[in-house]
Every structure is written in structure tokens, then in C-alpha cells.
Write a protein that binds this ligand. Structure first.
Ligand code: PLZ
Length: 458
């Protein structure tokens, strides 16, 4: 479907096909979910686990409906994927129309307009005012793989650097780039070589200014790798799985300046933080960071699988023709959905929704922090906010991680019909990444459940 064939859109209030409220009618998980869980155990690999084993039958806006008729308030959005809302009407319409027109050709065999349009939109909305090009792929990890591949080809160098607490995926290269062995890498090696883990910026725990943290990172890279061998430095502007760490002011631009000076490609992994998640198109913008390459995935296509590497044209063009590709990368249906996502962000002013969610969550969480001293830190941007929980009485001293509290809160909330996700290197972070469709009323409702859960911790 081309642009001109898109149905005329108005910024009318969204129409929800599922009531936007939680409702629990059975035990959680209910009997039908338990039956499905038993079937699943016979045929689905034990290596694939589920945070909340309720089987979902419908999802709309900010609500998940399970097979037993329970409605959950979704503070996870499929780990930051259905950013503009579950089954968002524009995405559904665009994907449905595209299904009628063409489902697949393979862009590297015979191209189609939708792929080009997504690349245009990415060039327009990623940070940096320069000529940009993209390659489209299927998943976040595949975007990371391609970003690294392109950086190596462009620089002719071997080494890849990442930061402590990073998460970049589950492929062989990206497993080597993750910080946490368990559960992502343990037993799955040997891993790709030439990956270096440098210290980052974690203000709550390291107390360093952006300048000092960047000096520490650069010092490590110069000492351990040497700039001349370094192809790229891959950084999440706000770390996702690691626990939503917001780097200290100046950290990211200082690293970019060092990379530029030494011909190192600096890559923003915006897979979790990008696509209107944080009140900006890309989280890098909060920090005045203009990365050489930007990786998008998750929220880009409203729930369909799509990912991208976008960046400076001269770097993106380093690959020889035929060097980049893949059977499903930039699938037409996923691209049509992505175009609808960009339109929804513009026409429904969704960046403002991210800022609204930040304000509501932050003020609610600050109120809770005054009453519960397990809440050590509150951080994040837009609809990407987290609390880091510590052992009682250690908030102002050792900040001892409290993963048990997070596990209890997640379990308690699930029983009440609220899906919260954990995160963090120490498992002690509770993260909120609702869709931008979540109303303030629903956020307050979720915060009340959190309050009760915190009270129940004793
Ligand atoms: N980079 C910053 O957040 C995916 C992982 C879910 P894929 N994070 C969610 C799970 O348990 O597998 C992620 C990310 C950042 C890369 C990735 C990888 O993206 O689409 O899962 O490959």
C-alpha cells in the first residue's frame, strides 16, 4: 500500500475494543491457562519460559485479556513493543490492507515502496542532521549484528566494545555483548571474540559525573583495546534489561566525541528506548547525543517483527552490494505497520503522551518512595521508568539489592490483574513500560496495587 492509498486519518479519540480496566474473574493463572500450560510443557522447549503464564486471547490499548476472561493492566507492552497500544487501529488497518496487496517478495529480489518509506521515516526521525541510510531486518539482535558488521566493514577494524550492564540479544555475537551470563549466555558458548566490556554510567551506584564516568570508559578502552583496533562502541542510551539506568549528563556526548576523534563508530542501541518510548523519538535526544548509527526494533512496527540499522550514509554504504540482507528483513506487512506507527506518533502527538506518563508515574512513585524505604532509586524517561529496590535500611548506605522484593511485587500484582516486569543486573528493578495508550487513571490504578504490594512486604 502506498501513502496515497492510506485511509484519511483524524486525530479522533481512539476506539477501544476491550474495556480499559482490569478485572480478575479466576485464580491467576486460571483453569484454561493451566490446561494450556500443561500442553505447552509437552511440546515447547523448557528453555522458553514466561514471566506470567496466562495465555492471552485478545489485547487492545493497555489491556491484555486471557483465555479465562481475566483482564490485565499491561505495564510491559511485550517488553516495550506495543508502544502505541495493543492492536492499535491504524496498525491493524495498514497491516490488513498490506496483506491483501503483497505479503512477501524479498526486497533483495524485487523491491517495494514500503521498505523505502520506512527508511525515509527513519532518516527523518533519528538524531543527527546528515544524510542517512538504513537496512531493515527482523529482530533487535539482528539489528545489533548488522550494526557491528557494517562498522567493521567501514573501519576495517576488529574489536567491539559495549558497556557493563548492557543487553543486546540472544544470537552468538550478541550473547557475547551482554553483561549478564544468567540467563542469557550460561552454557551456550563459546562466544564470538573481540568483544570488550567497558564500565559505563550508573549514577545511583557509581556516583560519578558524566565527565568522570566517560573518562573511566575511555581510559578502559584505550588501555585494554586501543582505539586503532576498535570498530565500534555499542551503547543503550538508557539501559533496558540492565535496569533503566539513565547515564549522567554529558556521558554519552563525551564518548561520541572520543569515538569521532578516533574513527570509532558509535552505535546507539535504541531497540528498547527508541520509537517514542521516552517522550522523544529516540532516547539519545535527551542527552544531546547524535550517534553514528541507531538501532531500532521493538516498537517500530506496533507489534510486528521489524528492526533497522540507520545511520550516516557513508558508513551504511561501506558494505559491498549484496553484503546486507536476509529473507524476511523489511517484510511488506511489517513495513506497512511501521509507516502507520510513525503516522500515529505524529498525528496523535504521542511524544506528549510519553511525557504525560512520565509525569504521572514519577510523581506517584516519589510519593511511594517517601513511605517505603525499599525504594532506593526512581529513574527513567517517558514511558520507560523504573524503581530500584534495596534492603530496608540500606537506602542511604550500602544500597543492598533486594530482588526478593521485586519478585514478591511482581507476583502480588499479577494476582491483582497488573502485569509488572522485573529487570536489572541484580534482579532488583521493577520497570514500567506501558503503552502510550495507558491513561493516567490506569497508571494510578497500577500504582495503588504497587502501594498495596509494598505494604504487604512488611
Ligand atoms: N537490545 C536494548 O532491549 C531486547 C529481550 C527479551 P530482540 N530486549 C528484550 C528476551 O528475553 O529475549 C533487546 C533490547 C536491547 C537488543 C535487544 C534484542 O532484541 O528483538 O529480542 O532480538
Amino acid at each position: 500500500m502506498t501513502d496515497s492509498q492510506m485511509p484519511a486519518q483524524t486525530a479522533a479519540a481512539p476506539v477501544y475494543t476491550v474495556p480499559q480496566e482490569r478485572k480478575i474473574v479466576t485464580a491467576v493463572p486460571g483453569p484454561k491457562s493451566q490446561e494450556l500450560q500443561a500442553r505447552r510443557a509437552n511440546v515447547v522447549s523448557a528453555g522458553v519460559s514466561s514471566a506470567l503464564p496466562v495465555f492471552i486471547e485478545r489485547a487492545n490499548g493497555a489491556i491484555l485479556v486471557d483465555v479465562d476472561g481475566n483482564r490485565f493492566l499491561d505495564f510491559g507492552a511485550g517488553i516495550g513493543v506495543t508502544t502505541i497500544g495493543h492492536t492499535e487501529e491504524r496498525v491493524v488497518a495498514a497491516a490488513a490492507a498490506q496483506l491483501q496487496d503483497v505479503i512477501h517478495t524479498l526486497f533483495t529480489v524485487t523491491p517495494y515502496e514500503e521498505y523505502v518509506r520506512v527508511a525515509e521515516l527513519l532518516a527523518e526521525h533519528t538524531p543527527g542532521n546528515w544524510a542517512k541510510k538504513s537496512v531493515l531486518v527482523n529482530s533487535g539482535a539482528e539489528a545489533v549484528e548488522n550494526g557491528v558488521k557494517i562498522a567493521r566493514k567501514h573501519t576495517g577494524r576488529r574489536a567491539v566494545a559495549v558497556l557493563d550492564h548492557a543487553y543486546h540479544g540472544r544470537t552468538n555475537l550478541t550473547m557475547a555483548m551482554n553483561y549478564k551470563a544468567m540467563p542469557y549466555g550460561a552454557g551456550f558458548g563459546p562466544f564470538a571474540g573481540d568483544v570488550y566490556h567497558a564500565p559505563g554510567s550508573y549514577p545511583y551506584r557509581d556516583g560519578l559525573s558524566g565527565a568522570d564516568a566517560a573518562a573511566r570508559t575511555i581510559g578502559y578502552l584505550e588501555k585494554v583495546v586501543g582505539a586503532a583496533d576498535l570498530a565500534c562502541l555499542v551503547v543503550e542510551p538508557i539501559q533496558g534489561e540492565g535496569g533503566f539506568m539513565v547515564p549522567a549528563e554529558g556521558f554519552l556526548p563525551t564518548l561520541q566525541a572520543w569515538c569521532t576523534e578516533h574513527g570509532v563508530v558509535m552505535i546507539a542501541d535504541e531497540i528498547q528506548s527508541g520509537m517514542a518510548r521516552t517522550g522523544r523519538y529516540f532516547a539519545s535526544e535527551h542527552f544531546g547525543w547524535e550517534p553514528d548509527l541507531v538501532l531500532s526494533a521493538k516498537g517500530i512496527a506496533g507489534g510486528l517483527p521489524l528492526a533497522a540499522v540507520t545511520g550516516r550514509a557513508e558508513i551504511m554504504d561501506a558494505s559491498h552490494p549484496g553484503g546486507l540482507g536476509g529473507t524476511f528483513g523489511g517484510n511488506p506487512v511489517a513495513c506497512a505497520a511501521a509507516i502507520a506507527v510513525f503516522e500515529a506518533i505524529e498525528e496523535n502527538d504521542l511524544l506528549a503522551e510519553g511525557r504525560r506518563i512520565e509525569a504521572t508515574l514519577m510523581s506517584g512513585l516519589e510519593r511511594l518512595q517517601q513511605r517505603y524505604d525499599t525504594i532506593g532509586d526512581i529513574r527513567g524517561k517517558g514511558a520507560m521508568i523504573a524503581i530500584e529496590l534495596v534492603e530496608p535500611g540500606t537506602r542511604d548506605t550500602s544500597k543492598r539489592p533486594n530482588p526478593e522484593a521485586v519478585a514478591s511485587l511482581v507476583a502480588y500484582a499479577a494476582q491483582q490483574g497488573v502485569l509488572f516486569l522485573s529487570a536489572g543486573t541484580y534482579g532488583n528493578v521493577l520497570r514500567f513500560l506501558p503503552s502510550l495508550a495507558m491513561s493516567d487513571e490506569l497508571i494510578e490504578d497500577g500504582l495503588r496495587v504497587l502501594d498495596d504490594g509494598l505494604a504487604a512486604l512488611g
